[in-house]
Design a protein around this ligand. Structure first.
Ligand SMILES: [Zn+2]
Length: 239
């Protein structure tokens, strides 16, 4: 997320939601289906959403590193790792381009893709930023009031904190974000680190660190799915 925009983001989310509803009514259902014909052997479908792109670079670090490219790199790494494990993985954004000409149309496209996917889990990947340049470490956000998303957020937060050996681990957060309201499936925003912190900006720019982030993210997903399966839930959506 951009620095200091959490409140603004919330207001924007409401605006985008309204615009989306309007857009769906006006344009009708010209939906581009992203659902694959058959789910994986494990029968578990994950949408990975690389935040920002194109006209919207997202947060920018003191060294000029933009969030959007790193989000995509981490998502692509995670996609490969998840597919190797047998998950069905769908990406909202496949390349550096945005999905629309404006922020509103971009978010509307993402929402449509997530809705169409019938996914079992949605993870939106971002980098954080704060006016306090000392802030660092990953933060996982979940949909307010959703216990299954909260549980998954905690598992992913623990995996990232432990696996990346974060000195001052952060805790999960909740909030009303547009991207967390696109499906009833568990939905998370993973802020992989603070691009506003010079050291973390350098780390996040390193392909090896991006791979580590993706590995820990996938480890967290595996743990969450295993937990849900042990409880004999057909899918978390059917809770
Ligand atoms: Zn962002």
């Amino acid at each position: 997320m951009r620095k200091g925009t959490h409140v603004r983001t919330r207001k924007m989310s409401i605006l985008v939601s309204l615009l989306c509803i309007l857009g769906l009514v006006v344009t009708g259902v010209s939906m581009r289906s992203v659902k694959t014909a058959a789910k994986s052997a494990q029968g578990f479908c994950i949408v990975l959403d690389a935040g920002h792109g194109g006209f919207d670079p997202g947060a920018i670090g003191p060294g000029g590193v933009c969030e959007d490219g790193i989000n995509l790199a981490i998502v692509k790494e995670a996609q490969v790792l998840l597919q190797e494990r047998g998950y069905t993985v769908l990406l909202t954004r496949q390349d550096a381009d945005a999905l629309g000409q404006t922020k509103q149309s971009d978010m509307q496209q993402r929402r449509r893709m997530i809705m169409d996917s019938g996914c079992d889990l949605m993870i939106s990947v971002h980098l954080n930023a704060n006016a306090d340049a000392s802030c660092r470490g990953p933060v996982v956000l979940y949909r307010t009031g959703d216990e299954v998303s909260r549980e998954a957020a905690q598992i992913l937060q623990d995996a990232l904190n432990e696996g990346l050996k974060i000195e001052k681990p952060r805790i999960i957060q909740t909030g009303e974000y547009f991207i967390l309201r696109c499906t009833e499936a568990p939905s998370l925003i993973v802020e992989c680190g603070f691009v506003s912190n010079a050291q973390e900006e350098a780390l996040l720019s390193d392909p090896e660190y991006q791979t580590q982030v993706a590995q820990e993210l996938v480890r967290g997903v595996d743990s969450a799915v295993r937990l849900w399966r042990e409880r004999a839930r057909p899918t978390p959506r059917n809770r």
